[in-house]
Design a binder for this molecule. Structure first.
Ligand SMILES: *[C@@H]1O[C@H](CO)[C@@H](O)[C@H](O)[C@H]1NC(C)=O
Ligand SMILES: *[C@@H]1O[C@H](CO)[C@@H](O)[C@H](O)[C@H]1NC(C)=O
Ligand SMILES: *[C@@H]1O[C@H](CO)[C@@H](O)[C@H](O)[C@H]1NC(C)=O
Ligand SMILES: *[C@@H]1O[C@H](CO)[C@@H](O)[C@H](O)[C@H]1NC(C)=O
Ligand SMILES: *[C@@H]1O[C@H](CO)[C@@H](O)[C@H](O)[C@H]1NC(C)=O
Ligand SMILES: *[C@@H]1O[C@H](CO)[C@@H](O)[C@H](O)[C@H]1NC(C)=O
Length: 862
């Protein structure tokens, strides 16, 4: 049927354009994408009657831009991924009750169709509570202000709006024919999210709510199964799934439910002021291999591409604008190597075992105190085995079916024929890429190119360091920050004044009054008489804070203005919707009469900044007469808006905005919201590692870097937001910084490395598939690839022998083949990529007999 259609096209419409041909191909493929059924049994999901092993990858559509979606999905597919998983972000879609938005980054249907066109499946986690380090856990802030609402419990308003949104999304997906039963990509859906952790805190109401959510979901008639992750009391017909760093020991409640891992965290998120966490790929691969070894059937990376919390979408408090997550695809959309590549090899190895894993029962074989094999053998004699060494310190050689196998500590070997190892989780053959942020001078289209920002025309708008215009209201004491802004802005002013007698000691030299502030969070700047005096902030674990700081007063009336800020609303936890923010106590110490408590004074309140009200960062606001031109933009000046017209950085590498010389604030390009910036440093006294020992159980702080450095220096600006010239960059700076030091950086792969041993067990997996199970030759090969448009321009290091160190710090060992570099230059120089076979003929394998030899290479791409 499909074939005939395709043929008709080529017979009757040859003179037409490519567009017509594409349409025909699409008709063909959509005819092929017939309706199919999704069921499950205790072993796996069953797609059209067939059990499946599935590799899934979380990519959240609003954390990148539509122009990036096809590339991200394609890179996931190349990485051996079958399924794209995303949450649905309620507060991005229902802006006020019944006011829906599906444009730009929130074009969910477009995202689903891109996945469909890539021939992949989808898992839709509708929630609609999602946590996800996303503002307010994804629930619209307006819902908190619908009278009587309590989130995530047996509460009528919450259930009413939740069901309404859930139904809206399901109907939208049905209308666009996106469910499997309609030929669409969606094979699985989720209701709620990790509710099991908090259910007890909600008592009986929590139990009733969880049951209600499951029933409500099932009544949607999507024809695909529903799941609830980390839900310890799921009712029948809903699949309970695991979220953790390891899920090999997970068992679903019902024996008729497959073992599904919804969140394997290949890294971790960051908070402003914290370190940069990394999870080594050897451990990620180990956890995945263990899961499939122990009967797992569907595995999802959370995140596979983390992306960016643009604008004010990050949750909190304090989640960074970057949501890179140390994921296999980095924030900017580049494959992170070797992580992406090693997992790709792993996925191939697992898929080689798919049929026998799904068609037989495993038998467990002990091979030592901490060594075991799970052997899957079916009726027709097909056999696959996973052999693991769970010892987190010692490598081990084990005997399996009369052969010996060397297993590095904390590793799994995969044997798709029960004889040959095609993959070991701890032996990374894939190349390492070194990514650099390379500065690119700003150029202004209105002035000559290649100039620093100095001398360039800026426009500046200065906020007053106190309430602007009329106060919104006054109050005796402080109102709650979030209750007042309802999250329409990060900012809320609180101002009052007090008298100081001219005889106060604190007005003389050598003495000063102190300001004592307590706040529920998240941060604040205190101004006295329009001068910034102090800044206070909570941190990633505790948002409340208290600080004391000297202040300069004058005789007579003193004005005190507190600019309180939220930095992303709470995104999880029991009753998280009730957590407040803002100052709770303000006192002046060191006066003759003792402490002056201002907490019960009459405070005037003003929501947001004047620049926000004027929208001077977007649209007509960019032409507002409030902007004042200058070639000398003020430095270290709080509460300043800066605007500059810039060219697009050259080339096509991804772009990051460097704000290391700025304090804290918000940034926009061409009216698009880049997000909150804050180069806040982590403590240098915390623990960081130079190299991470992958062996042993991972926890988020195990392998951190960046102690004493800004948590986030660069802020991703998608290429699609740039025009060739005439781009308007707007920065709002709260504390003071040097805007002339702001730069665009380009993210470039400058160096690639590989490190592989002579006896590496990694076979050419394609060869293995073609040749079947017999007569394999052990080919230790390694491929070096530079980015598109770049070539290998120099060999920085090459040694076959016993080299030591890591990419960037390799050193020759006592055993070294002197021809290593010249051989690699011959094969690789001036090429985009090359394949090196680590064997006889290419290297002097006779060197230092009896010792295990390796090849380490580092080449420059340019
Ligand atoms: C689902 O199907 C049942 C039974 O056919 C029907 O009663 C119910 O109204 C349907 N629900 C929706 C949301 O379409
Ligand atoms: C292992 O070797 C023993 C003794 O040579 C033999 O009896 C046995 O069948 C072999 N097992 C396998 C799985 O090849
Ligand atoms: C955050 O602050 C609290 C209280 O000051 C402190 O106990 C905690 O260790 C801090 N956490 C981090 C990550 O700095
Ligand atoms: C916000 O206002 C509501 C209604 O007045 C009140 O019940 C709640 O406690 C306030 N929240 C905070 C954090 O103060
Ligand atoms: C100190 O307090 C007393 C009584 O409350 C008041 O009359 C007086 O004016 C205060 N003095 C100063 C310097 O504020
Ligand atoms: C702002 O003014 C410039 C120059 O007059 C004009 O080209 C541009 O279209 C205006 N932009 C907006 C958003 O009004």
């Amino acid at each position: 049927m499909g074939m005939r259609k395709k043929k008709l096209c080529s017979i009757f419409i040859p003179p037409f354009t490519i567009l017509v041909v594409l349409t025909c191909v699409f008709t063909f493929s959509s005819a092929a994408a017939a309706n199919y059924s999704i069921t499950y049994d205790r072993r796996s999901l069953i797609i059209n009657g067939q059990r499946k092993l599935l590799i899934s990858a979380s990519i959240h559509y609003p954390r990148s831009v539509p122009a990036m979606w096809p590339g991200l999905v394609q890179l996931a597919k190349e990485g051996g991924v079958d399924v794209i998983e995303t949450y649905v972000f309620w507060n991005g879609h229902e802006l006020s009750p019944n006011n829906y938005y599906f444009g730009g980054r929130y074009d969910l249907v477009k995202f689903c169709k891109i996945v469909q066109q890539a021939g992949m499946y989808m898992i839709l986690r509708i929630g609609p509570f999602v946590a996800a380090e996303w503002n307010f856990g994804g629930v619209p802030v307006w819902l908190h202000y619908v009278p009587g609402t309590v989130f995530r419990t047996d509460n009528e308003p919450f259930k009413y709006y939740m069901q309404k949104f859930m139904t809206y999304i399901v109907n939208l997906m049905k209308q666009e024919k996106l469910f499997a039963s309609q030929g669409g990509p969606i094979i699985l859906t989720q209701v709620e999210n990790e509710y099991g952790y908090y259910e007890a805190a909600y008592g009986e109401g929590g139990k009733r709510y969880a049951l209600w959510a499951a029933r409500m979901a099932n009544s949607q008639n999507t024809s695909v199964p529903w799941m609830m992750c980390q839900q310890f009391d799921v009712p029948d017909h809903v699949i309970d799934t695991c979220n953790s760093f390891y899920c090999d020991q997970f068992k679903p409640i019902s024996p008729n439910t497959p073992k599904i891992w919804t969140e394997n965290w290949p890294g971790w998120f960051k908070t402003f002021g914290s370190r940069d966490p990394h999870r080594p790929v050897e451990d990620v691969a180990y956890s995945v291999a263990r899961f499939f070894q122990k009967g797992g059937s569907l595995h999802n990376y959370y995140m596979y591409h983390g992306g960016t919390n643009f604008g004010r979408t990050s949750g909190g408090p304090f989640i960074t604008t970057s949501y890179d997550y140390d994921a296999p695809i980095d924030e900017y959309g580049l494959a992170r190597l070797p992580k992406w590549g090693h997992l790709k090899d792993l996925h191939k190895a697992i898929k080689l075992c798919e049929n026998v894993l799904l068609g037989s029962e495993p038998s467990l074989l002990s091979l030592g105190p901490l060594q075991e094999a799970d052997v899957y053998e079916d009726m027709s004699g097909n056999c696959a085995a996973f052999i693991s060494n769970m010892d987190d310190k010692n490598d081990k050689t084990v005997q399996f079916r009369n052969k010996s196998y060397y297993l590095p500590a904390w590793s799994v070997s995969i044997l798709p024929d029960c004889k040959n190892v095609v993959f070991n989780t701890a032996k990374v053959a894939y190349q390492t890429s070194v990514v650099e942020m390379v500065p690119s001078n700003f150029t202004s289209s209105t002035l000559s190119p290649n100039r620093d920002l100095k001398g360039v025309t800026w426009e500046v708008y200065q906020e007053k360091a106190m309430i602007w215009g009329q106060a919104d209201f006054t109050n005796n004491g402080f109102v709650d920050h979030i209750n007042t802004t309802k999250d329409t802005t990060d900012y809320l002013w609180y101002t009052t004044s007090f008298l100081v007698d001219e005889n106060e000691d604190c007005l003389r030299n050598g003495s000063s009054a102190m300001l004592l502030v307590e706040s529920k969070g998240h941060a604040l700047h205190a101004f006295v008489n329009e001068k910034l005096q102090a800044t206070g902030t909570g941190n990633g674990t505790v948002s409340t804070f208290k600080f004391m700081s000297p202040i300069i007063l004058k005789a007579g009336k003193n004005d005190i203005a507190i600019l309180s800020m939220t930095v992303g609303l709470q995104n999880a936890g029991p009753f998280y919707d009730w957590v407040g923010a803002g100052p709770s106590s303000v006192k002046i110490l060191g006066l003759k009469n003792g402490t002056l408590d201002l907490s019960r004074y009459t405070w005037a309140h003003k929501i947001g900044l004047q620049g926000e009200h004027l929208k001077i960062y977007q649209g007509d606001g960019l032409n507002s007469s409030n902007w004042v031109s200058t070639t000398e933009p003020p430095k270290e000046q709080p509460l300043t808006w800066y605007k500059i017209v810039v060219d697009s950085p050259p080339g096509n590498e991804p772009v990051g905005l460097d704000v290391i010389h700025m304090g804290k604030g918000l940034a926009w390009l061409n009216g698009e919201e880049i997000g909150r910036y804050w180069p806040r440093k982590s403590s240098k006294h915390e623990e960081c590692v130079l190299y991470c020992n992958y062996r042993g159980k991972f926890s988020p702080n195990k392998c951190s870097t960046g102690c004493g450095e800004p948590t986030q220096r660069w802020y991703h600006i998608p290429r699609s937001w740039f025009k060739p010239s005439g781009n308007v960059l707007v920065i709002f700076e709260e504390k003071g910084g040097d805007p002339t030091q702001i730069r665009f950086f380009q993210r470039k792969i400058s160096v690639v490395c590989a490190h592989v041993s002579e006896d590496h067990p990694s076979f050419d997996l394609n060869y293995f598939q073609k040749a079947g199970n017999e007569n394999l030759t052990n080919k230790a090969t390694v491929q070096l690839v530079c980015p598109m448009n770049a070539r290998i321009s120099a060999v920085k290091f090459a040694s076959f022998g016993t080299p030591t160190g890591n990419c960037g710090s390799y050193a020759k060992g006592d055993c070294h083949d002197a021809n290593s570099a010249s051989f690699i230059e011959k094969v690789c120089l001036h090429r985009n990529d090359c394949v090196l076979e680590v064997g006889k003929g290419n290297f002097n394998t006779g060197l230092c007999p009896g010792r295990a030899k390796r090849l380490a290479v580092e080449v420059v791409c340019s």
